[in-house]
Design a protein around this ligand. Structure first.
Ligand code: C5P
Length: 237
C-alpha cells in the first residue's frame, strides 16, 4: 500500500490517503511537543519506537476483544489503519495521581487512586484541550447520544483492565494514559490514534523511574533510551 496525498499533519503524525478509501497510512514523526505545542523538540528514532509499541499494543488489545483501527505496520515509521470519523474527545484514564490531576486538584503526586478515574478532555488545541463533562460533550455534539459517552468510558476501562496487569508483569506501573476513538464506516466506535509513551505514563515499579514523555516535559533527558526499554519489555527482551 502506497502513500497518496497528505490528509492531515498533527504534532506527532502525518496522515496520508491511500488507493483504498477506507484505509489511511500514518507516518510517526520524531517531533516532540508538550504544553500544547509551547515546548518543541525532536528525537531521532522516537517515531519508529512509538509505531512499534503501538503496533504491539493494538495487537494485544484486538486479541482481547477491543476493536481498533490497526491493520498492519508497514515499515519503521508507517502504520496502515482504517479511516474513521475521529470523536473529538480525549479519554484520559488514571490509576495514580500525577500531572494535571495533581496540579489542578492538589492530589498528592504518586497517590494510588482508590478507583480508576476516567476523564474527558475536549480535543481542541485552540482552547487548550479543556475538561468536559457529559453535558458539555452533548451540547457540543461531539457524540450523538449519552450511550456513546458511556461506551467510551466502558471501553477505556476495558483497555485499562488489559494493559495495567500486562505492564505490571513487565515491571511497569501504568500510571495514566490518553485514548482516542472514532467511528468506522459502519458507525462502530473503535480505538484509534496510538498507544505509546507519548500518551501513556509508565513508571518503573522498582526504581520509580519515568519511562515516558515526562522525560521531555520535565527535561530529564534519555527519552529514546526509555522508550526503547518500554519496547524491549513488551517484546520480552
Ligand atoms: O497532562 P495530564 O496529566 O492530564 O495527562 C494525562 C495523561 O494523558 C498522560 O499520560 C498524558 O501523556 C496523556 N495526554 C496526552 N495528550 C494530551 C493530554 C494528555 O497524551 N493532549
Amino acid at each position: 500500500m502506497q502513500k497518496k496525498e497528505l490528509l492531515y499533519e498533527g504534532k506527532a503524525k502525518k496522515l496520508f490517503l491511500t488507493d483504498d478509501d477506507n484505509l489511511i497510512i500514518s507516518e510517526f514523526k520524531d517531533d516532540l511537543t508538550a504544553f500544547n505545542g509551547e515546548k518543541k523538540s525532536s528525537e531521532s528514532g522516537k517515531g519508529a519506537l512509538n509505531n512499534k509499541i503501538s503496533t504491539e499494543l493494538f495487537k494485544l488489545l484486538e486479541a482481547n476483544g477491543i476493536p481498533t483501527h490497526f491493520v498492519e505496520m508497514l515499515d519503521d515509521n508507517h502504520m496502515l489503519h482504517k479511516k474513521v470519523d475521529v470523536i473529538l474527545i480525549e479519554v484520559i484514564v488514571r490509576n495514580i495521581a500525577t500531572g494535571s490531576l495533581s496540579r489542578n486538584l492538589g492530589i498528592e503526586d504518586g497517590r494510588v487512586l482508590p478507583f480508576t478515574l476516567v476523564e474527558f478532555d475536549y480535543k481542541n488545541d485552540e482552547l487548550g484541550d479543556p475538561k468536559l463533562n457529559d453535558q458539555h460533550a452533548l451540547i457540543l455534539e461531539l457524540v450523538e447520544h449519552q450511550d456513546e459517552l458511556d461506551k467510551l468510558r466502558r471501553m477505556a476501562r476495558q483497555v485499562n483492565d488489559i494493559l495495567k496487569p500486562y505492564f505490571a508483569q513487565k515491571g511497569l506501573n501504568l500510571v495514566d494514559f490518553k485514548l482516542e476513538f472514532g467511528k468506522d464506516s459502519t458507525g462502530n466506535i473503535i480505538l484509534v490514534d496510538e498507544i505509546s509513551p507519548d500518551n501513556c505514563r509508565f513508571w518503573d515499579i522498582e526504581s520509580g523511574e519515568k519511562m515516558d514523555k515526562d522525560r521531555f516535559r520535565q527535561g530529564l533527558g534519555g527519552l529514546t533510551v526509555a522508550y526503547k526499554e518500554v519496547l524491549n519489555r513488551i517484546l520480552g527482551k
